[in-house]
Design a protein around this ligand. Structure first.
Ligand SMILES: *Cc1c(COP(=O)(O)O)cnc(C)c1O
Length: 400
């Protein structure tokens, strides 16, 4: 397909792209790098910068009298995500805490209700595996970390299976039909692929807002608990924000009704302002359009890989089928770490790297152009063909 594919073809795709105007709603330095790491940290929307400045004024003037409004935000922003991103009902989603803490709360709540073996994927995102390891120890239950091929069978016998909907390394989309009780980690799915938690019968989920939802570095995560499960589960973190009559400040803990029982402590309001702003941009574009463009962007990159990069020692480490792929494409290369560093330092392209050998290229649809995809592939080809990646300092770094 890509044989003979030219920059003019990519420009034509941009010209026909209904989401193209949304790029101007983000802070983008046009002389800056080709940014293909929005799957780790999304770009800053202009509206977010403005609203955070406005919020600073509000904090300054309202002080503590702002809290009656602010206290509603974890749920209000959760409702925006429920409607426009997750396919859930109002009152089923909260924005609070980190993915890690939300995983602990929901998986811990399940084990408190009824202990039993836990299942996860051996190659899943580290925080998910580590939280499960700690919970299994604390509850004295078995943890089975299995390979992808064993997952369905293991899930059938488990009390709870925790698994990413989109694999952070390969970008593979896992099918909805896992047996048993499943807690989905939607960190790489939310804002990249269409989700229908209600339609798919999902019961529990958590996910990130700073990747495809553009909430900003360290923005709070979301959690989802299907309505009928909420009264049956209690958070193991019995914080005052999850208490029934919070300001009664009574002697004993009693969980609030509904989704609020999965809050913990005081939420970060400035962060919630940012998450709402990012989520509203996704809502404006609509997930069907975003998901369709995501498939087209990643498809173009796969085609360019086949034509230009495979002959240079790269191997596709993501699904070939667009429907089975999230918003990023991973390429394995024996010199992956040097290639990644050299792309950043010498080619002005910013991907990221996952050990041992995978370079990840992320293509968030709200602000990535088809010409960016073309440019990323072309610069990768030229860099590696020239051998310039072999000259970079490839010392270990704390963040890769
Ligand atoms: C990014 C990501 C996280 C992040 O967890 P935090 O607690 O917010 O740092 C968790 N799980 C997956 C699958 C991720 O991709």
């Amino acid at each position: 397909v890509a044989d003979g594919l030219t920059r003019a073809d990519a420009e034509a795709l941009d010209a026909a792209d209904p989401l193209a105007p949304l790029r101007s709603r983000f802070v983008v330095d046009d002389g800056g790098p080709v940014y293909v790491d929005g799957n780790s940290l999304g770009r800053l929307p202009h509206a977010t910068a403005e609203r955070m400045a406005a919020f600073a004024e509000e904090w300054g003037s309202r002080l503590v009298t702002g809290w009656p409004d602010w206290i509603e935000l974890p749920r209000a922003v959760g409702d925006v995500l429920a409607e426009h991103v997750l396919g859930a009902r109002p009152g089923e989603v909260l924005v609070c805490d980190s993915v890690t803490v939300n995983l602990f709360k929901l998986a811990g709540a399940v084990l408190d209700a009824e202990a039993g073996p836990l299942v996860g994927l051996a190659g899943d995102f580290p925080t998910d595996r580590y939280v499960l390891e700690g919970l299994a120890r604390a509850h004295g239950v078995d943890l089975r970390l299995v390979d992808r091929g064993e997952l369905a069978a293991a899930a059938r016998d488990a009390r709870l299976t925790v698994v990413s909907k989109v694999d952070y390394r390969s970008g593979e989309v896992l099918p909805d039909d896992l047996p048993g009780l499943v807690l989905w980690d939607l960190s790489h799915a939310a804002g990249a692929i269409e989700l229908d938690l209600r339609g798919s019968g999902a019961q529990l989920a958590v996910g990130c807002t700073y990747k495809y939802l553009n909430g900003g570095p360290g923005a709070p995560a979301f959690l989802y608990v299907r309505e009928d499960l909420q009264e049956r589960l209690r958070s193991p973190i019995q914080g005052w924000f999850s208490q029934k009559d919070q300001f009664a400040m009574g002697p004993r803990y009693e969980p609030a009704a509904g989704i609020d029982r999965f809050l913990a402590g005081t939420p970060s309001i400035v962060d919630l302002v940012a998450v709402r702003s990012g989520a509203e941009l996704v809502a404006e574009a609509g997930m069907p359009a975003i998901a369709a463009k995501t498939r087209a962007l990643t498809g173009l990159f796969v085609a360019l890989h086949d034509a230009w990069l495979a002959p240079l020692g790269f191997a596709l480490a993501s699904p070939r089928d667009a429907a089975a792929r999230g918003g990023h494409v991973s390429l394995a290369h024996p010199d992956g770490w040097r290639v990644c560093r050299a792309l950043i330092e010498r080619a002005n392209v910013v991907p990221d790297f996952r050990r041992p050998d995978v370079v990840r290229f992320g293509f968030p649809a709200l602000y990535t152009r088809f010409t960016d995809v073309f440019e990323a592939a072309e610069r990768t080809r030229d860099l590696v063909a020239s051998g310039a990646h072999l000259d970079v300092q490839a010392a270990p770094m704390r963040v890769t």
